[in-house]
Design a protein around this ligand. Structure first.
Ligand SMILES: [Zn+2]
Length: 441
């Protein structure tokens, strides 16, 4: 007997397929079959055969591709609001790292990652590039919640709850990679933390292993001016130059932040086809600096968006990040047409997919791609009148306007309710961490 084919039709007022950029389809339908987009057609052309299928009618909604959060530390959601209004170095050295040393364990990572997954699903993110300790635990949480993720293998020279040395991080990382290899939703990357927390030897070993396995490297780089100045004093060269000399500047390098870049470095990013993750809200909150997105885009560099951890943001709303990226680029470049609404939407979707090497499968609504789809209800008063749905989405909506989220065709969020995740249980666990971290237990 043939296996049952799971089919589903979604009828929507607007569909924004992302590719080609700026296109809007009105009164169209998407046909899903076994997690894949089979067709996109005018709703009036649906014929009788579709009547047998499960159907979702979204008459006031905009449908688009699920967002790709290209940089997050999911488990750090438990540190949301734990230490605010500080510089990166003070925040890390005096608050986050001591708290991590005290509290982080497998249960912390399980509960923090689940909290992040819930927030992402409810605000339209369907794929994330995550990095934190105990990657095997986060990968399990992503898998159990049907969430798509690139899970970073952390590498640091400092001892922590997961590993005691750079070498141990790499050994454990290789075991982790073996366990998830070939998974349909989860992939792995090496994630050396930053130039100031990893030795030259550590970087060389990471590069060697990543090249052997054919997996990307995900790295915080040039997050602040201070990082670049300290690098110059300690190593006699800018961290970017040090990474070049260590051989890291290869096509699948994912660099995060990049607030300090000279023209030569921008050219080199393009020449080496290196991706940049822009985290505007985390950079603004920590007063880290501003990534020159306008120049990067002009020079053909692929720029994706990340929230960073909720501890420095303090939410995981990628749509808000897209708006911040657009506004920040306009004000810093002095050009109102810098990062237009449709460009911001591409940064939140297809550019992130490209960075992860997943642009053949996700990042846009096209026939043959995975059905990672989100829906926004635009019936509210603050969206009227609707001349340009993409403009309303970027400049007037936020993650809380998401009503439905599908990953691989699986509906995980329906009419603003989780279909699988147990919110009641999650809230109970988060509350007990709040008591513990807040010193009430
Ligand atoms: Zn980060």
């Amino acid at each position: 007997m043939p296996a049952t084919i799971k089919s589903h039709v979604i009828n929507a007022r607007w569909i924004v397929p992302i590719v080609p950029q700026g296109k809007v389809l009105e009164n169209h339908s998407i046909l899903l079959e076994d997690g894949v987009i089979k067709d996109i057609l005018p709703t009036k052309n649906l014929n009788g055969g579709y009547g047998q299928m499960e159907m979702t009618n979204l008459p006031d909604h905009l449908l688009t591709a699920g967002f790709v959060n290209a940089h997050i530390h999911s488990a750090m959601s438990l540190f949301r609001g734990y230490a605010d209004d500080l510089s990166l170095s003070e925040w890390l050295n005096h608050h986050i790292w001591p708290a991590e040393a005290r509290f982080v364990n497998q249960r912390f990572v399980r509960d923090g990652t689940t909290l992040a997954v819930a927030e992402m699903i409810a605000s339209g993110t369907t794929c994330a590039a995550d990095t934190y300790f105990f990657p095997e635990v986060s990968a399990k949480v992503f898998e159990e919640n049907y969430f798509r993720a690139q899970v970073g293998i952390p590498v640091l020279q400092f001892s922590n709850a997961w590993a005691k040395s750079e070498k141990e991080h790499i050994i454990k990382g290789l075991q982790f990679y073996e366990n998830i290899r070939g998974h349909s939703l989860i992939s792995a990357a090496f994630s050396p933390h930053a130039p100031y927390t990893v030795t030259d030897l550590g970087f060389q070993q990471v590069f060697e292993q990543a090249t052997n396995l054919g997996i990307p490297i995900h790295l915080h780089l040039h997050e602040t001016k201070q990082e670049v100045e300290t690098g110059l004093i300690e190593n006699g060269r800018r961290p970017y130059t040090r990474m070049r000399e260590l051989g890291l500047l290869k096509a699948d390098l994912q660099t995060v932040h990049m607030t300090e870049l000279n023209d030569e470095e921008i050219e080199s990013l393009y020449e080496n086809q290196i991706h940049v993750v822009h985290c505007p809200e985390s950079n603004m909150k920590l007063a880290s600096g501003i990534c020159p997105v306008n120049k990067l885009i002009e020079n053909g560099v692929n720029v994706a968006l990340g929230t960073d951890g909720a501890a420095s943001n303090n939410d995981l709303d990628l749509l808000a990040e897209a708006r911040s990226a657009a506004f920040l680029s306009k004000v810093t470049s002095g050009c109102p047409s810098s990062v237009k609404a449709e460009e911001a939407l591409s940064m939140a979707t297809i550019n992130g997919a490209r960075l992860l090497g997943l642009d053949e499968r996700i990042g846009s609504l096209e026939i043959g791609k995975c059905a990672d789809i989100i829906a926004f209800d635009l019936s509210g008063i603050s969206f009227q009148p609707i001349y340009n749905p993409i403009s309303q989405l970027i400049y007037a909506a936020n993650g809380q306007d998401v009503t439905h989220t599908w990953i691989n065709g699986e509906c995980l969020y329906k009419d603003k309710k989780f279909t699988k995740l147990n919110l009641f249980q999650l809230k109970g666990r988060v509350e007990s961490w709040q008591k513990k971290l807040g010193g009430h237990e």
